[in-house]
Design a protein around this ligand. Sequence first.
Ligand code: SAM
Length: 266
Amino acid sequence: MNIDTFFTDHWQHIEDERVARYEQMFAWRPEQAQLLAPAGIEAGHTVADFGCGPGFMTRAIAGWVGPEGHAYGLDINASFVAKASIHADNPDNLSYHLVEDGKLPLADASIDRVLCKNVLEYVPDLAATLAELRRVLRPDGRLHAIDSDWGFVIVEPWSKAEVDEFFAAAAPAFKEPYIGRKLPGALRSAGFGEMQVSVSTAVDRNGHAFPVLRNMVSYIRQFDTLPAATTDALISRAEHAIEDGTFLLCLPQFLITANASRGATT
Ligand SMILES: C[S@@+](CC[C@H](N)C(=O)[O-])C[C@H]1O[C@@H](n2cnc3c(N)ncnc32)[C@H](O)[C@@H]1O
């Protein structure tokens, strides 16, 4: 394991056990559609889902755009792409493709909407990725990103200092752990136009988002950035809080929508 390139390596090479875990974590829930609402996806649109993972959201989008449109799932992980491609229910307007060397296998100005859900925190070169995403968008196209910011999390019963320490210990898993706050500025620098930024704040009180914490623990153990006893004690307190009903996890999602064409930036 190379800690300096872990943020991208761990997506390119995924053990079967982790693929199974991610298939559970990234399952598409219809209520997530509200996170995509600002993208304004319509029937007939061509849509690229950059960093599609197991491809569940891409499949939902293929249904929305209908037979006149097309949904492209794009990912750097060959297993995700291969498994998603052979799914028995795939309609004709859905296809999955591997992203190699940061290049999208799509023509210039061919896409109406680019979606990136929890992906841009991992890309090695954010400016180059945004330029590539902008290249494939039509001039009237739109990028819609959904991103966390790992400095903007509440975990009750942990103190603020404990939350900060825990997520700082997991930070090498991300190229840009604070992507939520950084992305609007990066989009502006990349030449995107009019932009809307909002924050969606679902609150988990029964522990359904607990796998997010477990995932961070698996990173922290590999990096050895916190003593195991500290991590175990934090997780144990969170588990007890779930049992006694005092648990609360708030992981706000930045929803950032930007026009491909230059213009007034709001
Ligand atoms: C946290 S998962 C999100 C998956 C999916 N978008 C979702 O929300 O269910 C991040 C995904 O981004 C992909 N990814 C990471 N770096 C990438 C890159 N440089 N180019 C394309 N995909 C990338 C990973 O392989 C993984 O599938």
